[in-house]
Unconditional design. Structure first.
Length: 86
């Protein structure tokens, strides 16, 4: 084979290798960006879910305490209890 044809094959081979490596780099960068964004989305969704769960638990506790307060206030208004403490 003559020098120009070898050089042409070499240039083609270099271009092919460069294209493949560049493609792999782009795929790697996109994969990394995808995983980073998914991790951020999952963390955000987890925070929202925990906030919702906390609010639900707070409301349950509040309703339970409110009923206990209502009973205590009724008892405090009782004449028998007032006479005992006065």
């Amino acid at each position: 084979m003559s020098e120009p044809s070898l050089r042409r094959i070499s240039v083609r081979r270099q271009f092919l290798v460069f294209s493949i490596l560049f493609f792999l780099f782009i795929v790697g960068a996109e994969t990394g960006a995808f995983f980073l964004s998914m991790r951020q989305i999952v963390r955000k969704n987890l925070a929202q879910e925990l906030t919702r769960l906390l609010e639900t638990s707070r409301l349950k506790l509040e309703s339970s305490v409110n009923s206990e307060i209502a009973i205590a206030l009724k008892m405090a208004g009782s004449p028998l209890i007032q006479r005992y403490f006065l």
